[in-house]
Design a protein around this ligand. Structure first.
Ligand code: NAD
Ligand code: WQD
Length: 338
């Protein structure tokens, strides 16, 4: 299949590109490199042993996008491009709505012009808000609690309406839980700019000495060891889920949302302990106050993905930690170290 990948130079995009290329798909990457580096794409080319085109385009530039689409004629679009820092979205809501919502509308307009009708969207478990029950299944009510989450929900609504408006269009929204890990080569991985927001990059950067210690946000939750629980999913499993969703699009002619997680919760301290074992590094840590807005527990009911996509997570937490460590220890400064 010919697949246009927006945000393909980013963390999840690069890993998915490798999976797509490995399965024989042809790709065109569109990225403005606002949170990534073209070096990441060079590494994907090397690992895949195959070349592909990449264009520096902001997805809000409908004209340039349309031109690229008319030329490439993709049979499907995978839409990763977006801003993703929750705290930043609270401080700069308009930037988030412009990038994530206007950007998605611009992409759909370009698809309409190029008669594209198959779409996969990077959504997030954050659309569920606080749990009314656990695990979260796709029928759980949705409620955004910050502009980032609202932008994801708005795009899901837009995709629903887009699918209704034209027969033959299909869109799948993959609601990712907590992506972590890296490709086993250690050549590509997560490379956050500035101080990371998420737990795994904080652990990895502490292990490599870029951060002095890990701050554990809250140790008095009503959980087995008092720390927050999440459903961490290996990025290569997540990448495979996109390939499975591409196949499923062929039989789907409407909008659908599907959770992508393992279904298992892990606490902060459990993840740190596994990381220490796999990396043979000690992670100095300090137990601090709870982080505002954090939930105690988040994990998926991933049975819909298994039923519809014939996909389930295969890689365990040891692999998540081992592969993160390989990437971080081989690239202590991320791609900028090259
Ligand atoms: P990332 O920042 O590494 O990748 C996003 C890519 O999109 C970057 O390469 C960036 O340069 C590009 N981009 C951003 N705005 C753009 C624009 N206007 N035009 C063109 N390119 C643009 O993030 P990621 O972790 O790979 O996440 C990919 C997607 O998955 C995002 O939409 C994110 O919201 C979603 N998601 C991520 C997580 C997570 O924890 N990583 C969880 C749930 C959902
Ligand atoms: C995980 C756990 C923290 C950092 C966020 C977004 C969500 C989604 C995934 C995009 C929590 C604890 C963290 C640290 C810590 N992204 N923690 N010390 O909060 O589940 O979700 O990323 O869609 O929208 O909100 O992930 O990795 O930030 O936190 O103790 O330095 O680790 O309190 O319990 P979260 P996270």
């Amino acid at each position: 299949m010919k697949v246009l990948v927006t945000g393909g130079a980013g963390y999840i995009g690069t890993h998915t590109l490798l999976e797509l290329l490995g399965c024989g798909h042809d790709v065109l990457v569109v990225d403005n490199y606002s949170n990534s580096s073209p070096i990441a794409l060079q590494r994907v080319r090397k690992l895949a042993g195959r070349d592909f085109e990449s264009l520096q385009i902001d997805i809000r530039d409908t004209e340039q996008l349309t031109e690229a689409m008319l030329e490439f004629q993709p049979q499907a679009v995978i839409h990763f491009a977006g801003l993703k820092a929750v705290g930043e979205s609270v401080e700069q809501p308009l930037r988030y709505y412009s990038n994530n919502v206007d950007g998605s509308i611009s992409l759909l307009l370009a698809m309409d012009k190029a008669a594209g009708h198959n779409f996969i969207f990077s959504s997030s478990a954050t659309v569920y808000g606080a749990p009314q029950y656990l695990p979260y299944d796709e029928k759980h009510p949705v409620k955004a609690v910050n502009p980032y989450g609202s932008s994801k929900l708005m795009v899901e609504e837009i995709l629903g309406d887009w699918c209704k408006s034209a027969p033959g269009t299909a869109a799948i929204s993959l609601r990712y839980f907590n992506p972590v890990g890296a490709h086993t080569s250690g050549e590509i991985g997560e490379d956050p700019q500035g101080i990371p927001n998420n737990l795994m990059p904080c652990i990895a950067q502490t292990a490599v000495g870029r951060l002095p210690q890990l701050k554990v946000f809250g140790s008095d939750y009503d959980k087995r060891d008092g720390t927050g629980e999440r459903d961490y999913i290996h990025v290569m499993d997540l990448a495979r889920a996109h390939v499975a969703a591409l196949d499923y699009l062929e039989q789907c002619n409407s909008f659908d949302a599907i959770n992508i997680g393992t279904g298992k919760g892990l606490t902060v301290l459990e993840l740190v302990k596994t990381f220490e074992q796999s990396s043979q590094q000690v992670i100095p840590l300090e137990l601090v106050e709870r982080r505002a807005g954090d939930l105690v527990s988040v994990y998926a009911d991933a049975s819909k993905a298994s039923r519809l996509l014939n996909w389930s997570a295969e890689l365990d937490v040891d692999a998540m930690c081992r592969d993160t460590w390989r990437w971080q220890s081989q690239n202590p400064q991320g791609y900028s170290g090259e």
